[in-house]
Ligand binder design. Structure first.
Ligand code: NAP
Ligand code: F7E
Length: 348
């Protein structure tokens, strides 16, 4: 009989961590996740696994730890003896990284280093494969479009810069210690589990509240930023596929098309039968509900970033060729599937 594989996921309570845990349990893995201590337990995204009446329940374990605390990371790695480590833990908000640059560097740059060092110093280099959650934010203002694995990096935020360190140190451990260590350069991916302060969920939740008359307006920053938005549930499979290859290698994961924040807002409101008419320019631009003439979208400069990434779109053809991975959910379908979940939420 084949031995059960053991996976350790940092950032298990997050959007991707929860989808990945479900995916790996379905594959028959024993899954260990790291959770942070907080005053309120934040296990909502794991409720289907952790509390549900599922057979997998016995193969899922949570450990208290923190990516800024080497001792906890090393102890958990020593106890779990993972075959695969997925390092998803991060301060993942780009705007917030300008407010907390040092913490972001500690978590997003040194965090992955701590995990790599745990694997190395415990003597697990031959046993344990390592996945690092890299990001399209490393491209920043890119020199070419679409971006691929060899596009030069020009990050534009403390987040992007911290993630670039993590990306490069992962490559260094691969070369220096012959470790199976690789990074997925994932473009934006969303879902009904996406954090509520990212622009997609902020828009979908506000649209529902506005229709339910619980909110008057939606305040946004840059309406013209373009992002390549995919579906998180599909992207976690690409992470796993990367660790199943013969050789460790970095891959871009993206849909290959991008859209503006404005288009996202238009589609989300359209699901609720609201068409937006745009008037004005710059910070005076407003979105008006065509049905009743009410202003439903306004600009708040607070949401502008000191340095913005204007236009990202990825080329995932290497992932298609070598991993057999391709996105199934494109823009319109993605907006619809998030909205379909939001409308069920009676608390909004
Ligand atoms: P997310 O929902 O914000 O989840 C982040 C996870 O990291 C959460 O579980 C969080 O725990 C945990 N975490 C944060 N700080 C920690 C610390 N100091 N110690 C231990 N755990 C900590 O992010 P996501 O969207 O799932 O993204 C997963 C990873 O992919 C992140 O590294 C992100 O930077 C990267 N990424 C995301 C995208 C995207 O579009 N989603 C694209 C490219 C790369 P709490 O639940 O306790 O907060
Ligand atoms: O912003 C603009 C904002 O915060 C998208 C993270 O997962 O993906 C994510 O980072 C765009 C930006 O995501 C608002 O200026 C306008 O241009 O949803 P976001 P992000 O910054 O692209 C990458 C790949 C990651 O790796 C990150 O971890 O939308 N925007 N108005 C706004 N953004 C927010 N959050 N809020 C607004 O009101």
């Amino acid at each position: 009989m084949e031995k059960t594989k053991i996976a350790l996921i940092t950032g298990c309570t997050g959007q991707d961590g929860s989808y990945l845990a479900e995916f790996l349990l379905k594959k028959g893995y024993e899954v260990h996740g790291i959770r942070r201590r907080s005053s309120i337990a934040k296990l909502d995204r794991l409720s289907r696994i952790h509390y549900g009446p599922h057979a997998e329940r016995n193969k899922f374990f949570l450990h208290y730890g923190d990516i800024t605390d080497s001792a906890s990371i090393t102890q958990i790695t020593k106890r779990v003896k993972p075959d695969e480590v997925y390092n998803l833990a991060a301060q993942s908000h780009v705007r917030v990284s300008f407010d907390t640059p040092e913490y972001t560097a500690n978590t997003d740059a040194l965090g992955p280093l701590r995990v790599l060092e745990a694997i190395r110093t415990l003597g697990f280099v031959r046993k344990t494969k390592f996945y690092q959650a890299s990001t399209s934010e490393m491209f920043g203002n890119p020199l070419e479009s679409p971006q691929h694995e060899n596009t030069p990096f020009f990050p534009r935020s403390p987040y992007g810069i911290a993630k670039l360190y993590a990306h490069l140190i992962t490559a260094n451990y691969r070369e220096a210690y012959n470790m199976f260590a690789c990074s997925g350069i994932l473009f934006n991916h969303e879902s009904p589990r996406r954090g509520e302060s990212f622009v997609t969920r902020k828009i979908t939740q506000a649209a529902i509240r506005i229709v339910r008359r619980k909110q008057d307006k939606l305040y946004l920053g840059n309406l013209y930023a373009k992002r390549d938005w995919g579906y998180a549930k599909e992207y976690v499979e690409a992470m796993w596929l990367m660790l199943q290859q013969k050789k460790p290698k970095d891959y871009v994961i993206a849909t290959g098309e991008n859209h503006t924040v404005k288009e996202f807002a238009e589609l989300a409101f359209r699901v609720l039968d609201i068409d937006i008419e745009w008037q004005g320019q710059g910070i005076s631009e407003k979105g008006i509900n065509k049905k009743n003439g009410k202003i439903i979208v306004e600009i708040d400069p607070y949401y502008f970033r000191p340095t913005e990434v204007e236009n990202l779109v990825g080329n995932a053809s290497m992932a298609k060729k070598e991993l057999g991975w391709a996105p199934k959910t494109k823009f319109q379908k993605l907006v619809n599937l998030i909205m379909a979940e939001e409308v069920k939420n009676k608390d909004l």
